[in-house]
Design a protein around this ligand. Structure first.
Ligand code: PEP
Length: 251
């Protein structure tokens, strides 16, 4: 089973700071045994320099979003073909901040996911329930509905090229992570849904206030295949510590 640690920088860093962080990560990753796939996801303006900065290091670069169309009159948008031409290999889709602040629907997320697969990029597909949905005991139902819409009609081969990130919305940026038990229960549930579609080996990452002090417990869960990391990915020593923990736990 693959293990992945992916950093989502969101709308943080300027160019000099981005270059400094990338160079620290490349240094920290040098000579490390393979086994954990490392992905960084800087904002759009820094993707080109990121691809160049990590060349030869084994670190891969993701975008945080994309448009579903190949090109067109969509002012301010970025296409998958543009990302591909830069050497970007992954793209986050369906992040809860895109759903919450930009009104992205499950149907739009599904369309983006298909465009990414069509052009050979790996979608990092985010799903997860809101606080009130968990409190109402509807979290499994919510995540199942999200996955059903996003993954409908995909072949097992297409599914195997996806990465799923379970990100309970109440845990993102709040300092309030899911417990290992809550994460494992949901990851096992997601694994079952993927297995029903012939794709049990799709990596399922945990995201939501994952930090070096709680990662060992979370990454040790049998169905947690690493993490999608927000805040802690902005600091080279914290992000490197998370990669190290993932490597040790999954060794
Ligand atoms: C995220 O936004 O994907 C995320 C997991 O953020 P944080 O780690 O800051 O909660």
């Amino acid at each position: 089973m693959r293990t992945i640690v992916a950093g989502n920088w969101k709308m943080h860093k300027d160019k000099a700071e981005a270059l400094a962080l990338l160079s620290e990560l490349v240094k920290a990753n040098a000579g490390q045994p393979a086994g954990v796939e490392v992905v960084v996801s800087p904002p759009y303006p820094f993707l080109d320099l990121a691809v160049n900065a990590v060349k030869g290091s084994g670190i891969q670069v993701a975008a945080q979003n994309c448009h579903a169309a190949a090109s067109g009159a969509f002012t301010g948008e970025v296409s998958v073909l543009m990302l591909k031409s830069l050497g970007v290999t992954h793209c986050i889709v369906g992040h809860s901040e895109r759903r919450q602040y930009f009104g992205e629907t499950d149907a739009q997320v599904a369309e983006k996911l298909r465009t990414l697969l069509f052009h050979g990029l790996a979608p990092i597909y985010c799903c997860g329930e809101r606080r009130e949905e968990r409190e109402a005991g509807r979290h499994f139902h919510v995540v199942e509905a999200q996955l059903n819409e996003a993954l409908a009609g995909l072949t097992a081969d297409e599914l195997e090229r996806c990465i799923v990130a379970y990100e309970p919305v109440w845990a993102i940026g709040t300092g309030l992570n899911a417990t290992a038990q809550q994460a494992q229960d949901m990851h096992a549930f997601i694994r079952g849904l993927l297995a029903d579609r012939g794709a049990a080996s799709v990596p399922v990452l945990y995201g939501g206030s994952c930090k070096p002090d709680n990662a060992a417990e979370l990454f040790a869960c049998p169905d947690v295949n690493g993490g999608l990391i927000g805040g802690a990915s902005l600091d080279a020593s914290q992000f490197s510590a998370l990669i190290r923990i993932a490597r040790e736990r999954k060794a």
